[in-house]
Design a protein. Sequence first.
Length: 348
Amino acid sequence: MLPYFSIMAGSLTLEQFERELPQRHLAPLWRVLAQLAPAEPMVSAVPWHWHGARLAEELRAAGQLISAAEAERRVLVLENPGLPGQSRITPSLYAGVQLILPGEVARSHRHAAAALRLVLEGEGAETSVEDERIAMRPGDFIITPSWAFHGHANPGAEPVSWLDGLDVPIVSLLSATFTEPDPRPRRAAAPADGDALARFGSGLVPLDFERRGARLPLCYYPYERTREALEVLRKRGPWDEHRGLALAFVDPTSGGPPMPTIGTFMQLLPSGFAGARYRATDGAVFAVLEGEGRVEFSERSWDLRPRDVFTAPPWSWYRLSATADLVLFGFSDLPLQRHLGLWREERE
C-alpha cells in the first residue's frame, strides 16, 4: 500500500515513513539539513605541522628502500590527521614531499590533475613539462598544467626534494580523473635555456602571442626573481597586518592565477612581525623557505624553521609571527572559490 493511503487510514507514523524511504532511494532532508547547510563551515581537517628535518630523514629512508623506477614517484603524502586515509592535506588539496636521487629518472606521464612543485632542498635535478626542461633550485616554483606530460631526472651529484601540491580531490569529486604514461621511455626535451622565462616572465609577451588550449606559456618562477621582488617591496610596503608582504603568482598573459583551481603566493614577514588573527574559507598549505617564526592556532602552535610545512584548514583562526625574516610559500583553492563566489575571510 502506498504511504499516502496508509496515512489516510491512520496506520503510518513518521518514524515508519522515514524507515521505508531508503527502500525507494529517498531520504528526508529535514533529518540532515543542519549538516548540509550549517551556519558556518564544518571542517574535519585540523591544523598540522611537519618538521622539515624529520621529513628529510623520512625521505632519505624511503630513498634507501625503494627506487624512483619502482615507485614511479617516490613521494610521502602529507596526510591531514583529520582526514585519515584520504590523501588530503586540506579538504580540496593533496600535498606530498618527493625525492629524486643522483642518477635517477622518474618516467614521464600525465594526468588530469594539475600540479605544482616547490623545490625544498638540493640542486642538479630537472623536471620536464612537455618540451621544456627546467632546472630545479631551492625556492623555485614550477607548474605542471592539467594533462601535460612531465617527468623528473637527476643528472646532478646530490639528492633533490620538493613539495608537490595537486588538485586531486577536486578532480576526483568531479569524476574526471585520468592518467596516462608517456609512450616514450624518456620524453625528449630541449635544454633549460630560459626561453619561456624570457618570452613571458620579464613583463613582455611576444607580439603575435595567441593562447591555444589550456597550456600555460610560463610554468617556471625562479626563486631568485621572487625573492628580489620581495626585497625591493619591503622598503616601500604596504604591509598587511595579518600576512606581512604577500605577492600572488600570476599568468603574465592574463593577469590571473596560473592555475584555475590553485592559487599560489609568497609571503615575507620581517623580523619582529607579530600578525593579527586571520581566517578564510580557502584551506592553505605553507612551506618555510627562509627564517624563523611561529604559527599559532586556537588550540595548538608550532615554531617554524626552513623546509617546515604546515596547513591552515578552512575557517580556522591563526596568526603568524617572525623572529628572523620569514619567507613562506603558500597555496590554496582560492581561485576556484572566488570564481564560484564562495570565498570569505575574517580579520581581527
